[in-house]
Design a protein around this ligand. Sequence first.
Ligand code: ACO
Length: 325
Amino acid sequence: MSVIRTAVTGIGGYLPEQVLTNADFTRMVDTSDEWIVERTGIKQRHKAAEGQVTSDLAVEAAKVALAASGRDISDIDLIIVATTTPDMTFPSTASIVQAKMGAKGAAFDVQAVCSGFVYALSVADGFVARGLSKAALVIGAEVMSRIIDYTDRGTCILFGDGAGAVVLEPVEGQGTSADRGILSFDLQCDGTKTDLLYVDGGVFENNNHIGKIRMVGNQIFRHAVQKIAQATEAAIEKAGITHDDVDWFVPHQANQRILDGVADKLGLDRAKVVSTVANHANTSAASIPLAWYEATKDGRIKTGDLVLIEALGGGLTWAAAAIRV
Ligand code: ACO
């Protein structure tokens, strides 16, 4: 049976120039390089320059993805930005990206925090597979540094700034797991657990104050391993594949211990796990496309490979998808 699949035809990433090492944090809070590396695997993270906003990072990543796809901005008819750090309350960051890039068509944001890229991909898949978009840009972009409390050692060391982007286009498939393109999704949310991870500001809570990240880290850790493994199993089953079919596991880059824990729970070879957490830290919605871009650039992920992505974040939201590149 012939079906329309949504294929990833280009991928790109962007990291701001400034790098903050763990040593930099020892001058801000009571912490050490040893503690951070042992508990998280993080060694450094990038930080946006003063005045550099999420849409700036998004545009840079999108340009790289467009070039990789061989498309021009005039081909793009849909832009979705996944972000938890929008330039403004409104308009959407996607609207601003559209104007900066000179694109046309639909543009809007998706807010599912660290799961945002997977959620945005699922929305774009609906557009592309139903013929509503001929070429879409899905971008995960964040300036987490603007919502970090640099006096809270439990959160400030975890996050970084960056952006990743994909170009999506329709391709014809046979409705089997051998098809190129997105094969399955599993998306979940448990809104009763907002108190475990949130930003203490915003329109309703605290007028004129965007707020800072608050987190119960050890509880998030526990939920992450369990829920990500469940969503990933579901995505594997829905795609009609087995664990052995997975070529690359590209997880949300939160913490090396979470990455290892999920891979072990699923029985996936750790050598198949793409990890950029040491150099990028947690860039929220940007982390999956950034890691995917790195592993494409260095030649690990190739056309035809089966890539599994997953994330958990504020909401709590969690999600996974299986994609043949
Ligand atoms: N340096 C030194 N000590 C620290 C630091 C730090 N940066 N941060 C916390 N501690 C201390 C705590 O104060 C506590 O001290 P106490 O025992 O005297 O009270 C001790 O370390 C243990 O604290 P825990 O929170 O239990 O430590 P844990 O081993 O759970 O590690 C961490 C903390 C790294 C935050 C971990 O829980 C984690 O990574 N959780 C996942 C959170 C995450 O990734 N969130 C991002 C968004 S959601 C996502 O992306 C999946």
